[in-house]
Design a protein around this ligand. Structure first.
Ligand SMILES: [Zn+2]
Length: 463
């Protein structure tokens, strides 16, 4: 049996199951995911995992009078009865009205433009490659205590049909290398991390020794750095930290399910409201080529597009699934995403970032007498409009130049204040891969993007 006949077989099964119940509820969809994955992992010198898995499973969502149900299945023979179950459950909960934004029905097939297919690379070879990188890290310096490294790849095909006429088949490949180290000197312990991601090609993981060693370099430089004195500083964020800041502190607030449930945020996040310096542009863009958050159609069959969350400093759009768009009377954005076939779609980001401005890095630091250059992120948390981020690495800026490394850089602030405290936007925007967590679905592949960003009045809590 060839691939195409399998595909049409799957779609026919889903369409038949849908047809039996489509008029029983206001809305009905079936999503089926087939995935083939491998993963190899080391912890220190120990091989921790070497797995190959093959999965076929899916989920059914029904909506009736505003009430939703979600039922999973892992056997096509039980599909009819699972669909009936989803229908009766939705009818039990619904007592209002179903308001889904209208979307043009679409029939489409999306294929991966494969480079070197990871399915053609043996597990033994993947293990050898990872062992090589892992050993490089372990032997980089006597102060490296241990590592946590992995190579993984996952090729998925998702079939989707719904009661408004959309029929999709979408392939997706994720090839990922993750490299973490822990370095120690006396009682001081530091972490370093690097990740590499491709949507098309296993060879993205080959010949990346320098990037892998970057994880060790960051941890070792932090070991030698002195803790920064607490205070208020002028701060330059590197593109990665700027991107993570906009994802964590602002992107999640832009998710309309959050806004819909939060009256204070409905006021603060009113469209048309100036909320940042006028030079700031922030997008969520599922169309960027080859990034982790790039999709053709979301998990409700809605086409993705570029959305300006902030355009010229003004709040412009927010992120929707069909229901939040329908309820708030706004255009759908194609931001309903699920971690896998057996998870319900939630309002999620795709590739979210700050667009380039016009200031070079040299210009940005040239007139800073004493400031901080904060690089990458180790961890962080947000609480409504408040955020706290720990930079992975940092340096003092003195008399317009990068000076000695400093550690323990924890940045705290209010996102709305920070958006108006931006002093300069770099001309050097890049996209970097990341993972996002929400509602127990983690890590969802996303990209964060940013240029360098200069901020005033940033509170840094030192040790
Ligand atoms: Zn997130």
């Amino acid at each position: 049996m060839g691939l195409s006949s399998v595909a049409s077989f799957m779609q026919e099964r889903l369409l038949a199951a849908l047809a039996s119940q489509r008029s029983a509820v206001d809305y009905l969809e079936i999503r089926l995911e087939q995935s083939e994955a491998t993963a190899v992992a080391f912890r220190g010198r120990r091989l921790e995992a070497i797995d190959r898995s093959f999965d076929l499973a899916g989920g059914i969502r029904a909506c009736h009078r505003g009430g939703w149900s979600f039922v999973t299945f892992n056997n096509l023979d039980e599909l009819q009865s699972r669909v009936a179950e989803a229908v009766s459950q939705a009818k039990l909960v619904g007592d209002e009205s179903t308001e889904l934004a209208a979307v043009e029905p679409v029939t489409a097939t999306v294929r991966v433009a494969l480079g070197r297919d990871p399915r053609g690379v043996s597990l033994a070879h993947k293990r050898e490659l990872l062992e090589h990188y892992n050993r490089l890290l372990l032997e980089a310096d006597p102060r490296i205590q241990t590592t946590a490294t992995s190579l993984s790849d996952r090729l998925r095909t998702v079939w989707f049909v719904n009661s408004t006429g959309t029929i999709l088949e979408q392939e997706r490949l994720d090839v990922t290398g993750r490299f973490g180290v822990i370095a120690r000197d006396g009682s001081t312990i530091r972490q370093g991390f690097e990740s590499v991601h491709s949507r098309t090609d296993f060879d993205a993981l080959v010949g990346i020794e320098e990037r892998v060693l970057g994880a060790a370099g960051r941890a070792l430089r932090q070991l030698e750095a002195k803790p920064i004195p607490a205070g208020t500083y002028q701060v330059v964020l590197d593109p990665y930290l700027a991107g993570v800041f906009i994802h964590e502190a602002f992107g999640h607030l832009s998710e309309a399910d959050f806004i819909y449930e939060n009256p204070r945020m409905q006021q603060l996040l009113e469209r048309g409201r100036p909320i940042a310096i006028s030079a700031l542009n922030v997008v969520d863009d599922g169309t960027v080529t080859g990034q982790p958050g790039t999709i053709a159609y979301d998990d409700e069959g809605v086409p993705t597009r570029r959305k300006y969350l902030i355009k010229d400093g003004v709040l412009t759009e927010r992120l929707h699934n069909r229901e939040t768009a329908g309820k708030l009377g706004e255009a759908p954005t194609g931001n309903a995403r699920a971690l896998g076939g057996t998870y319900p779609p939630l309002v999620r980001m795709t590739n979210t970032g700050i667009l380039a401005g016009d200031t070079s890095f040299e210009q940005m630091i040239a007139d800073i007498d004493e400031g901080v250059y904060a690089v990458r992120m180790l961890g962080g948390q947000t609480n409504g409009e408040m955020f706290t981020f720990a930079a992975a690495e940092g340096f003092m800026i003195r008399n317009g130049k990068i000076a000695e490394p400093v550690s323990d850089i924890t940045l705290t602030g209010n996102v709305f204040q920070t958006l108006t405290d931006i002093e300069a936007i770099g001309s050097d925007q890049v996209w970097l891969s990341g993972g996002c967590g929400k509602g127990g679905q983690s890590p969802l592949p996303v990209a964060v993007g940013g240029p360098h960003l200069r901020l005033r009045n940033v509170v840094i809590g030192g040790r």
